[in-house]
Design a protein around this ligand. Sequence first.
Ligand code: AHR
Length: 503
Amino acid sequence: MEHQAKMIVDKDFTIGEVDKRIFGSFIEHLGRAVYGGIYEPGHPSADEQGFRTDVLGLVKGLNVPIVRYPGGNFVSGYNWEDGVGPVSERPRRLELAWRTIEPNLFGLNEFMDWCKKAGTEAMMAVNLGTRGPDEARALVEYANHPSGSYLSDLRAAHGYKQPHGIRTWCLGNEMDGPWQIGAKTAAEYGRIATETAKVMKWVDPTLELVACGSSALGMPTFPEWEATVLDHTYDHVDYISLHQYYGNKNGDSANFLAQSMGMDSFINTVVATADYVQAKKRGKKKINLSFDEWNVWFHSNDADNKLDPWQIAPPQLEDVYNHEDALVVGCMLISLLKRADRVKMACIAQLVNVIAPIMTENGGAAWKQTIYYPYLHASLFGRGTALVPLITSPKYDSIDYTDVPYLEAVAVHNEELQEVTIFAVNRDLNNPLPLHVDLRSFGGCSLIEHIVLESDDLKAANTAAQPDRVAPHNKGNATVSGNEVSAKLAKASWNVIRLKINK
Ligand code: AHR
């Protein structure tokens, strides 16, 4: 096959409206995500609440619509009451998920204040590991009930008269995982999630609830877990979660770049399972997907195994991301956009320091990791209607996948701004990929810019000393003639081709 890729983009071939919440992220009480990440009193940039304004600036730049909190594995042993009220009275606890000390200097109310400053919304998780419906309904009462009850008045006494109005809630975290505090079988989890959902919605009927799906595509119980859990929870929840991380432990970059094909099939299988349960229940409601943990995660595994336990905010899960990681993140973002019809929320895990696009030094600098950039571009330019990517591309075989297209791409039509944006990864590690795009139904278009993230070194990374070693430029070679776009995508590159639709 000729080494050239073709793509047809037609405004009538729609996948669905992109829910902005697919560009969400995650802050867990883990490592230096909270302490030393978003919160560091005494840091030169800290505001009056101890929030790092340098980090807030980088978060705001990403236009993050929703942030999941407080875990993750952490939530399965967490008492939310430990994190509210006078800070001097809050207990220090042994935190069993990550074997650290949790000082509880930061909790629900601080997080909600931080969200306001970051211009984002909270996605809260309740503890279904060591706890259950009683604590979950109490937390909803504390967080969302206006006033006139013990817990809503307690919130007011803590200085928060106005309810927080948190709409989106996760019913536990990765409850299928043996590593989880209080892990459960699908039937056990299905029952407790149902009873918890019922009382949470009785306190606040406006809530949207996420049931735990499998904690990875490779779990032995996938997808039977989803079928059983939804069989129990179908009437009470709105979303089912997916989590997936990829890594390149074997140093096989071509195979690493192909991994998002697994993400595609993960999403498709969960959609099929949710629809199977809907059919079985003769239900009217579609259960949508919350891909609320996704990223590359493997660089820090060995270092984490060597950490001493029971430290406060040790440097855990501090992956330093390189160029090829950014390409995988780009492919994963394209996977989410390709199922914008059903994936309504997604959280890159996580936001700061812990497997994150933003890194900090305690007391020092904050900078953008390589993966910051595809996430930034998708969040800024991926809002609108996702269009079916009709692609012809040369392909390759890798250890895990056959027929891997060199071109991974999707387009989003922003009707309001009259723009079309093409997101494209050239998976070819050695050669540029000529790309021809037929924008048939759009009439004439003109190029706004062609952003490219490329590097001669797949392993190049950004560090405090070299924060801009890998950074995008907008000097890509795309040209537009009428409704045809031509470009030569650099080898191993992430591309954002932004087009204005001519009137
Ligand atoms: O994001 C890091 C961890 O990965 C989360 O705590 C957990 O849910 C997942 O296994």
